[in-house]
Each structure stands twice: as C-alpha cells, then as structure tokens.
Design a protein around this ligand. Structure first.
Ligand code: GLY
Length: 570
C-alpha cells in the first residue's frame, strides 16, 4: 500500500510543481527524465527528501529495473557521468565483464564458424547474442553501489526501497509492456519470457492491471540489506551461478566476487566555448562524440542550413570518419594499453580528418579494412539535476531489448546478452557487419565495447546540458546531433530532441534518415553526390535536461518516441 500512496501523493504534488508546455517540463529544484514516468517520479521524490542527484539516480535506476524491464536492469550494466555543482566531472564504469572461462573463440563451432539459432523473439540470430553464454557478468548493482558510497547522501536502503515497494505492490501494466507480454507469450522460445508478465496462475496481466514481481522484490531486498554483496555474494549469487550452470552458461561465483565497478576520468572535449564530458572506453561514445564535435567546429555552420543537402552530407561524412576510427581503435582500455584517445579527441587530428571532406561528393567507406556490427537497440538513458547544481547522466542496458530473455524464476530479473558486443570471430571482418579487430576480442574479465554516450555539457564551468539515448550504435549519432542542435543551432532541448536525425556508421555505407526528414529534392541531391539512403522510423529515445544557468531554471524533455517516458521536475 505504501507504493500506491506514494503514487497518489506524487501525482498530486507533481501537478502542483511542474509546468507542462509542448513537451518540456520546467523546474527550479530538481528534475529527473527517464523512460518510465514512475521512475522519474521516484527520483524526484528522493530529491525532495534531501537526496542529491546521485541518490536520485540510484533510486531511478532500481525502479527502472521494475517498470522498464526491456532495458532498465540489475542484470546488465552501463555508465554514469557525474558533474558536481562546481563543474568537477567523473564517471563510473559498470559495464559487464567477460567471464573468467571465456576466450576469443567462445562462440565459434569446431570449424571456426559463428553458428545461428533462435533468439528471444523467435528469430534467427548469431550465437553470441543467444543463450546463457551471451550473458556478461552484470555490473549495475556494483555501479550504483559505488556511486552511492562515493557521492550519495541518503541511506542506501532508502534508495532501493521504492523499487521493492513497486515490485511488491505492482504498478499498472502500460500498453507497451502489455504488447511485450502478448508477443513473448506467443513467440518467444524462452519459457521465462513467455511467463514473465503473467500472473502466478498463468493468466495474462491485462493492460492497466497491477503487475507484481514478488521474486524481483526479494532479490532487491537482498541488495537493500547487504548492498553490493547482496547481489555478488550470498544467496542471489548462488542462484545466478546455479541457473547459469543449468543453462550452459559459464559465470561462476568467482566471476561475481571479482566484479568491480571502476571510477574513470571522463573524455573531455570543447565546442565553441562549451565543455563536453562523456564516457571513456570501454564505451566508444565519448571519443566519437568529441571527434565529431571537433570536426563540426571546423565547418562554417552559420552558412549551413539545418537539414539542407549540405548539412546532411557534412554530418554523414563526419559520422563516417568517426565510426571508421571507432572500428579501428576502440576497445576496453584496461586491456589495450595504447588506445589513441588523446589523438582521436584532439583538434589537430580533426583538422587532418576534415581536410579530405569533399563538400561536393560522398567519400567511400574503405571496406577492405574494417566493418561494423549493428548492435542492440535497447538500452535506456536517464538524466538528473538537483537543486544544488549537481548533474548525473546515466545510460545502462541489457544489450538487446529484454537482453538474453533468460532469467531464474526465483530471482525475477532478466540477464543481459552483452557478450554479443565483443567481436565474435578473430580476424574476420566483412562489409555487411562483422568486425574482427583485436581491441574488442573476448578475453576473461574484459569489458565489451559499447556505444553508450551519457554526456554532460558545461557552460562557464557549470552543468548546462545532460543528455543520452538508447539505440545501439545509433546512440553516438543521436546524442551528437542533439548536442549540436543545442550548441550550434540554438535549439531548446525539447526541440533538439524532437528534431529528426540521421545515422551513418561507416559500414554499411548508408545514410539512415528518419521518415519525413528529407525532402525529395534533398534525397535526389544526396544520391547525386554518391550517397545511399534508407528511411527508418525512429532514431533515438533521448532524455535530456537543459539548464538556464542565468535564471537557474531546469528544462526537462523526454523524447516523444518513448511510450512510457516522462520528465518530472519541481
Ligand atoms: N549494448 C549496446 C551498447 O553498449 O552500446
């Protein structure tokens, strides 16, 4: 009942404290923007109780694991960027790790091929994304625990409790979750997922009916009572290992005990006087974002109209170059001593890279060198700002939407399939997808390369824009274009998020564009320049906060592509 009361009170209060106007929410004291309205409300509730942006982030992350289970998680991993009110920035890496028993050829058969099978959707997929071996050692609980231990104010238990209450008492099943229930019960080959949303008696949870997750609540209680150890040691850990063994996985008690989140220095860049802070490896997001912003700084954007042929061509060429460099160089820095991070993010490198952009014709993606995999599109991002001026940007994921789809009924949560983000066949690179370069080959305890790009932009040394998105490899580009829209094209955050986007990732050599973005003339012009174009429905599900630093007003915006998302402020 506590949960219900919380919602009722929150709803009343939120009506009083937020201003809703055309997709953006204004606040003075705090703001949380996430893919679940309930999670955003809980985050704001924590701020109102005296928690800071880190406390609100921890609570929001645990609630998303209950209310947004396609990507919100305790069975996956991700990244957190934190900037305090004085502009000091740091990051926490809680990316999953490869198990100790893994190797570069983990997914290959005797003939060195990558076999295929049915994934959680009942569709053909390669082995590195299917089954218990696709599960990386989860990092979310360790990441949240580290963030709280280092920077939180409120007691840990108070931050986990809202998720326990919601899992115990249930919340009204949203339409998007109801659709998932209907789909998985009919199509998924995975028993856990077929039953995931159903009641204990096997009946469907109907749209709008309370969906309760008592087993997940029990797991969260262990985490509440024992912190990180409640997940990585003790009975939850034992059940994870038992389940993995039963399903042919390789995660052991040692893997769980050895898992550690890591605090790392952010990747830093500048753009026309703004400072950009984003995620370092094992994410490629920060490096690619800064490289692209450096390249855009060299263009005379005042003369390049937004969405014109010239604009789309330039943005696509910039993306092509950053993604080629990503393919060649990026991997876990803990396993690759000489990643050229300083070089890739330097203005001098951008100058050189910019030189061979021809504004009259498309360049060629050199397919004899490297290729790119599309990676999973389900991840989730949330942005948080507090009254003291602290800012947090978190992106975390299960890799595919609903991850591996596997889970122990006793534990009630879904495991990731993040091992699919490693390069699966050493040395084998193809134009249509595979990449086989060394930096991102599987090794025990290595973290797989990510595209997640949680970012904070500072103006005059203070947080100004908190932004991020899900979307696999498209994350880098949707965050890039949103930041560019705000910093170069003076769009307010909600407009910048809604403005339609393109995606180019070097290989395949195609510009994807959101349907309706480009006029027939622009498409013809781009084709005449040598570009291949392909329409797509949606790119990105951005969750952002812009701070009017002069008036100390927070502007929150949740992408309209998010079915259950909301900005909540006060
Ligand atoms: N699994 C998607 C990413 O990490 O980029």
């Amino acid at each position: 009942m506590k949960t219900k009361k919380l919602y009722q009170l929150s709803y009343l209060f939120i009506l009083l404290i937020t201003t809703i106007a055309n997709g953006q929410i204004y606040g003075r004291n705090g703001m949380v923007v996430s893919s679940s309205e309930i999670a955003s409300e809980v985050g704001v509730d924590i701020l109102e109780k005296g928690g800071n942006a880190i406390d609100a982030s921890v609570a929001t992350a645990f609630v998303l694991a209950v209310t947004h289970p396609s990507a919100g998680n305790i069975g996956g991993g991700g990244f957190l960027v934190f900037m305090d009110a004085s502009g000091n920035a740091t990051t926490i890496d809680f990316r999953e790790k490869a198990p100790l028993a893994s190797s570069p050829t983990l997914f290959l058969d005797g003939a060195g091929n990558l076999p295929e099978g049915k994934n959680l959707y009942g569709m053909e997929s390669t082995a590195n994304h299917i089954g218990a071996k696709s599960v990386g050692v989860p990092g979310t609980v360790a990441g949240m625990y580290m963030a709280h231990q280092k920077y939180g104010l409120l007691p840990w238990a108070d931050l986990v409790q809202p998720a326990i209450d919601i899992a115990t008492n249930g919340f009204p099943l949203t339409y998007s979750l109801y659709e998932a229930e209907t789909f998985f019960s009919a199509n998924s080959p995975i028993p856990f997922l077929q039953e995931y949303f159903k009641k204990d008696n096997g009946d469907f949870t109907e749209f709008g009916e309370l969906w309760k997750q008592p087993e997940l609540a029990q797991t969260l209680i262990e985490i509440r009572d024992y912190g990180q150890d409640g997940f990585y040691k003790g009975k939850v850990a034992k059940e994870i290992v038992r389940y993995m063994k039963e399903k042919g996985g390789i995660i052991t008690m040692d893997d769980l005990k050895k898992y550690n989140a890591v605090e790392r220095n952010p990747i830093k860049g500048t753009f026309n006087g703004y400072d950009i802070y984003s995620m370092p490896p094992p994410s490629s997001g920060g490096v690619a974002l800064v490289e692209m912003m450096n390249l855009m700084e060299l263009a005379d954007l005042k003369t390049i109209e937004f969405n014109s042929t010239e604009y789309v061509h330039l943005v696509a060429e910039v993306m092509r170059r950053a993604f080629a460099d990503r393919a060649e160089f990026m991997g876990d820095a803990d396993f690759n001593e000489n990643l050229p991070l300083d070089k890739l993010t330097s203005k001098a490198f951008a100058n050189k890279r910019f030189e061979n952009i021809d504004m009259t014709k498309a360049s060629v993606s050199d397919s004899t060198k490297f290729g790119q995999l599309y990676d999973g599109s389900s991840t989730t991002h949330f942005s948080v700002a507090d009254a003291q001026g602290n800012a947090v940007s978190v992106t975390y994921t299960l890799e595919h939407s609903y991850g591996s789809g596997m889970g122990s009924k006793k534990l009630g949560f879904i495991f990731n399939n993040e091992m699919g983000d490693f390069n699966p066949i050493p040395g084998v690179t193809t134009t249509d997808g595979l990449i086989g370069t060394d930096p991102n080959l599987i090794q025990p305890e290595k973290r797989m390369l990510s595209s997640m790009t949680p970012t904070i932009v500072a103006k005059d040394g203070k947080p100004y824009l908190i932004i991020g998105s899900p979307g696999g490899r498209t994350i880098i580009n949707t965050v890039f274009q949103t930041v560019l829209n705000v910093l170069a094209y003076d769009m307010r955050v909600d407009k910048a998020i809604e403005a339609m986007k393109i995606h180019h990732q070097w290989l395949p050599n195609t510009i994807e564009y959101e349907n309706g973005l480009l006029s027939p003339d622009t498409i013809k012009n781009l084709q005449a320049m040598g570009h291949t174009l392909e329409a797509t429905n949606v790119l990105g599900e951005l969750m952002g906060i812009q701070i009017d630093t002069e008036n100390k007003i927070l502007i929150g915006a949740s992408d309209s592509s998010s079915p259950d998302g909301a900005a909540v402020g006060y």
